[in-house]
Design a protein around this ligand. Structure first.
Ligand code: GLC
Ligand code: CA
Length: 543
């Protein structure tokens, strides 16, 4: 019998601290702000917070470029406030999951400052250095943020590797000293009583740059087993790896309990389903709905006892799901948001909610590049201009897929700057914040917020949601997503119309006993001929 873990029964809420709540009027969210809003998160019902990076950082990539893993970004607060946050959250039975960014550091990290001084420097081998080849970069590896992954450092005339920005040099994981430093740092955080780690691009740490292997390198799993042994394996914590290229087979390598690596991974197969294959994330086509269902079902069916699913639509790197695959018009914003939430939260796995998702935030289109903030967006803009794309084409891509969409400050109420700050927000809020804000959602018992609250409540009170088996029905239906969950003699049926157009579900075999949740007040119980209106999503208990 596999042991049941707290994180299998939990819902995690991701906070992007810069945009959550400012407490001192400088326009930047901070730790005090999070502490002030814990009651809100408790009301929603979540069990853990994944905190995007709060460490010391020059913010080339908004905190994913860390210059000191053991101190807090000055703008966000102090270590004492971090301790206070952990304690205040614990009082509400909320755990804090820290973001662990150890594929790379900032170029301002002391290790890199030292390393670049000379080839003999004791920190040199903390990073990945190569001689030029014929006066050029050692090979044609590319950075995720555009251009070569190699940067020539004039001080020593060698190149260093950066799979992200030039200011995010990759750590050399084959150096045992690097590993030691990281174990020590992780233990520092674990001793504070955190609830675990979300591991940034962890699939890259086993890279072999000379063979142009980046993801899933040969030593990746050995490193993670060592990490487990040396650090979190001694604690009851959640660990989730960000693994862009994971298939179910790969996911099991990380999360099979027998292998002592991670609790689970974020897989991204569903996330790429509106991208033109072989092109970049900016090149979008209509979502293939049949594939979306097939991907969900594949993951639901294949992990078994050798893994555990993470469930998410959103994070700080992805556009807002209602704008992406729902309908962000005023008429259907909440309705489609409830449908998307329903189908995701009743799957088996641990759901992750990204801040603002629970009130149905949508994308914020921009008109020109001056309104953007994100380094990935800026780099792509320059690159595509040079390739001859028109500005309009580029702006369209940014509005569909740019990361700023998710990173706008959270509007809390209809006051100046949505109650996010009393000053000037670091990035403007969504222009509709007077209507689209937390206070409005809380004041309306039928809002999306309470739908999320109910979904979380169902998970907390009904073991079927956590442990039940999954079976998809009608995988070929072009508009309906229908699945069963069963547990100890009980069976639920989720029926959702993914689109605006009305459609019919016919199921003469089954008998519904009750409606447990719906996004319409007058949904029908008649499965033999069930008419589903725009985005209607119903959860039945079967007789
Ligand atoms: C991950 C993060 C992303 C960051 C990148 C580099 O994908 O989620 O925000 O830019 O890693 O750290
Ligand atoms: Ca602040």
């Amino acid at each position: 019998m596999v042991q049941k873990k707290w994180w299998q029964q939990s819902v995690v809420y991701q906070i992007y601290p810069r945009s959550f709540q400012d407490s001192n009027g400088d326009g930047i969210g901070d730790l005090q702000g999070i502490i002030q809003r814990l009651d809100y998160l408790e009301k929603l019902g979540i069990d853990a917070i994944w905190l995007s990076p709060v460490y010391q950082s020059p913010n080339d990539d908004n905190g994913y470029d860390i210059s000191d893993y053991q101190s807090i970004m000055t703008e966000f607060g102090t270590m004492a406030e971090m301790d206070a946050l952990i304690t205040a959250a614990k009082k509400r039975k909320i755990r804090i999951i820290m973001d662990l960014v150890v594929n790379h550091t900032s170029d301002e990290h002391q290790w890199f400052v030292e390393a670049r001084k000379s080839q003999e420097n004791p920190y040199r081998d903390y990073y990945i250095w190569r001689d030029p080849v014929d006066g050029q970069a050692p090979n044609d590896l590319l950075s995720t943020f555009g251009g070569s992954a190699w940067q020539l450092d004039p001080v020593t005339n060698q190149y260093y590797l950066h799979l992200f920005s030039q200011r995010q040099p990759d750590l050399n994981w084959s150096n045992p000293l690097v590993q030691q430093e990281i174990w020590q740092m992780m233990n520092f955080w674990l001793e504070k009583g955190i609830g675990g780690f979300r591991m940034d691009v962890i699939d890259l740490i086993g890279k072999v740059p000379d063979q142009k292997i980046t993801g899933n390198g040969p030593n990746l799993h050995a490193y993670l087993q060592k990490m487990n042994q040396e650090t979190f394996g001694h604690y009851d914590v959640l660990t989730v790896g960000e693994t862009w290229g994971a298939t179910p087979e790969i996911a099991k390598l990380y999360s099979d309990p027998k292998r002592n690596e991670l609790s689970m991974v974020f897989q991204f197969e569903h996330i790429g389903l509106d991208e033109i294959p072989g092109r970049e994330k900016w090149d979008v086509q209509a979502l293939d709905f049949l594939k979306l269902k097939a991907v969900f079902s594949k993951w639901q069916n294949s992990l078994g006892n050798e893994g555990w699913n993470s469930l998410f639509w959103n994070n700080h790197d992805l556009p807002r799901i209602i704008s992406r695959w729902g309908n962000d018009s005023e008429m259907y914003r909440e309705r489609s948001g409830k449908m998307l939430a329903t189908i995701l939260h009743l799957l088996k796995g641990t759901p992750y909610i990204y801040q603002g998702e629970e009130i149905g935030l949508i994308n914020t289109p921009i008109r020109s590049i001056e309104e953007a903030d994100d380094i990935e967006t800026f780099n792509m803009y320059q690159e595509r201009l040079q390739k001859g794309y028109t500005i309009q084409e580029i702006i369209t891509s940014i509005n569909q897929k740019g990361r700023d969409n998710a990173r706008r400050p959270l509007p809390w109420d209809a006051t100046n700057q949505g109650g996010f700050t009393t000053g000037k927000p670091w990035l403007p809020l969504h222009p509709d914040f007077l209507k689209l804000n937390v206070a409005t959602a809380l004041a309306n018992p039928k809002s999306l917020f309470y739908h999320y609250q109910q979904l979380i409540h169902l998970r907390k009170t009904q073991p079927l949601v956590v442990w039940g088996t999954y079976r998809e029905i009608l995988p070929e239906d072009p508009a309906l997503y229908v699945y069963e969950r069963s547990y100890q003699g009980e069976m639920w049926l989720v029926v959702a119309n993914f689109y605006q157009k009305e459609t019919i579900y016919r199921d003469p075999e089954r008998q519904a006993q009750a409606i447990l949740l719906s996004n319409y007040e007058d949904s029908s119980l008649h499965l033999e001929k069930l008419r589903l209106r725009a985005y209607e999503a119903i959860v039945f208990r079967l007789a």
